[in-house]
Design a protein around this ligand. Structure first.
Ligand code: NHR
Ligand code: GAR
Length: 216
């Protein structure tokens, strides 16, 4: 039985679409049951609907605390039957209470080689620092922002003429390759978060190094 997945977005939803389109294959172990946006105007909502996925908007501006918003978000996700949550360009920090309800079942894609460049504006900061390699990371979500253990990373070169837009586009293409792979491993039970908060592969080896895809 395919694992049911809810995807949370705030924007264009290209990672969401990569997951939806990969999950459409009959042999993929996860099934996307809902796409939820905190932003009513997110363009990813139309993309999801176009791919036949149920969409929901939960506008955070209508709630007066993060706790109230996250309670409603949790209830909405539960109502979809989802067992796994994927953040895909979701731009709201989640409360520890919410995160702890989904321990080991919630993934995020972040546009840097974590632990470098946690937080926002990762490509701008990487260019300002003059790094020659950057990338992206799929990690388990823990209460501390962008601090959860990495499952898979892609290393992406920074080219000499890159601006923020060109670099973001190259990294985004790599994101679309690694996110479906990480979700596959989680849904198959090939990767999990153990009780010490470390990554366990194939149910036995505990590893602190993620799989790395090198993008030429
Ligand atoms: N929540 C927790 N508890 N832990 C994480 O690791 C999370 C999380 C929620 C979202 C995605 C993350 C990223 O990949 C993510 C990881 C939003 C912000 C942020 O500062 C930072 C990191 C991420 C997502 N958000 C502002 C806020 O006040 C709003 C910014 C905006 O609207 O533009 O929520 O980078
Ligand atoms: C992606 O690059 C994702 O890694 C990043 O936003 C973009 C969303 O694109 N996420 C964050 O920066 C989270 N703070 P998408 O909506 O097309 O998937």
């Amino acid at each position: 039985m395919a694992k049911k997945v809810a995807i949370l977005i705030s924007g264009s939803g290209s990672n969401m679409q990569a997951l939806v389109q990969t999950a459409a294959a009959a042999d993929y172990p996860a099934e996307v049951v809902a796409v939820i946006s905190n932003i009513p105007s997110a363009t990813g909502l139309a993309r999801a609907a176009n791919d036949g996925i149920a969409t929901h908007v939960l506008d955070h501006t209508l709630f007066d605390s993060r706790e109230a918003y996250d309670d409603a978000l949790h209830a909405l996700i539960m109502s979809t039957g989802a067992e796994i949550v994927c953040l895909a360009g979701f731009m709201r920090i989640l409360t520890p209470e919410f995160v702890n309800r989904w321990t080991g079942q919630m993934l995020n894609i972040h546009p840097s080689l974590l632990p470098s460049y946690r937080g926002l504006h990762t490509h701008r900061r990487a260019l300002a620092d003059g790094v020659t390699i950057t990338g992206c990371t799929v990690h388990f979500v823990v209460p501390e922002l962008d601090a959860g253990p990495a499952i898979i990373q892609a290393a992406v070169p920074v080219l000499s003429n890159d601006d923020e837009k060109a670099l973001a586009a190259r990294v985004l293409a790599a994101e679309h390759q690694i996110y479906p792979q990480a979700l596959r491993w989680l849904a198959e039970g090939k990767v999990s978060l153990n009780s010490e908060g470390r990554i366990q592969r194939n149910g036995n080896a505990v590893v602190d190094t993620p799989s790395i895809l090198i993008v030429p």
